[in-house]
Ligand binder design. Structure first.
Ligand SMILES: NC(=O)c1ccc[n+]([C@@H]2O[C@H](COP(=O)([O-])OP(=O)(O)OC[C@H]3O[C@@H](n4cnc5c(N)ncnc54)[C@H](O)[C@@H]3O)[C@@H](O)[C@H]2O)c1
Length: 262
């Protein structure tokens, strides 16, 4: 199948790397015009250039409300509409709850939760003007089950899960044609695992490089016996973005190799 999102315009946050990059590439390959945003500007520009004429890159810190307003305005100026929002930007900071710094808690909340709230708040008007759309919020299996030393991250991803359902109800009630769903990746090979490690330094997220071996972790923890790749999540995002999922809203799509099924 090709052209599954042909004619649609997508905005993907955190698109310079990992899952966001995979989503931007697949949405563009299936016919969407894509605005990629991130704080890693050089990488973001490279990814957008590699995708080609249907992609633009916009510098964007998802914690800034002013930046969200400007980004949506640039999407409107460039493409005239917005059909798909992938709220993907996120960080992972681990550590024992008794040693976790308030600064790290707040920073993670600001990016993982407030960024998603601001994205929905400022994208909805443009989507509604176009008659509807699909919002996909990237949560995690950490938004479904608890994990030791991941209290702060789990709190953010649980928040994204229920924020999504409430936003879905609000849009459905408004009959605005906007669907809102969450996606829950398991263990996916991306650079986020270089920074998910114990840190107690105020505002720090620079623990030792890659303290966990994903192949070893997933061999045991994942029924399918291996880790996933960004494209595995992008395929789910593509489905939620396309009209194939037109009767889905407020749902949670779990793509985790079976981790949370047992
Ligand atoms: N990789 C996994 O195993 C996994 C599992 C479950 C959920 N997730 C979620 O998937 C999403 C993408 O993560 P990833 O694994 O691709 O990691 P990644 O580190 O490769 O990508 C995250 C991107 O977000 C960007 N970002 C960080 N802070 C930002 C900010 N303030 N404003 C804008 N962009 C910002 C980063 O620059 C980076 O490009 C995250 O929300 C993460 O929590 C990942």
């Amino acid at each position: 199948m090709t052209g599954r999102v042909a004619g649609k315009v997508a905005l993907v946050t955190g698109a310079a790397s990992g899952i966001g990059r995979g989503c931007a590439e697949l949405l563009a390959a299936e016919g969407a015009k894509v605005a990629l945003t991130d704080i890693q500007d050089d990488k973001g520009r490279e990814v957008a250039a590699a995708i080609g004429a249907n992609a633009i890159y916009i510098p964007h810190d998802v914690t800034s409300e002013d930046a969200w307003i400007a980004v949506v305005e640039q999407v409107r100026a460039a493409f005239g509409r917005l059909d798909i929002l992938v709220n993907n930007a996120g960080i992972g900071i681990g550590g024992p709850v008794t040693e976790f710094s308030l600064a790290d808690w707040r920073r993670q909340q600001a990016i993982n939760v407030e960024g998603v709230f601001l994205g929905v708040k400022h994208s909805l008007p443009l989507m509604r003007q176009g008659g509807g759309g699909s919002i996909i919020n990237v949560s995690s299996i950490a938004g479904l089950t608890g994990a030791a030393n991941m209290t702060a991250y789990c709190a953010t991803k649980g928040a994204v899960r229920l924020f999504t359902k409430a936003a879905a109800m609000e849009c459905a009630t408004a009959r605005d044609g906007v669907r809102v769903n969450s996606i829950h990746p398991g263990i996916i090979e991306t650079p986020i695992w270089d920074t998910i490690s114990s840190t107690v330094a105020d505002g720090g997220n620079a623990g030792p490089q890659r303290t966990m071996n994903l192949d070893d972790m997933t061999a045991v923890a994942t029924p399918l016996g291996h880790k996933g790749w960004p494209v595995d999540i992008a395929q789910g995002v593509l489905f939620l973005a396309s009209d194939e999922s037109r009767y889905m809203t407020g749902a949670e799509l779990v793509i985790d190799g079976g981790m949370t099924a047992r």
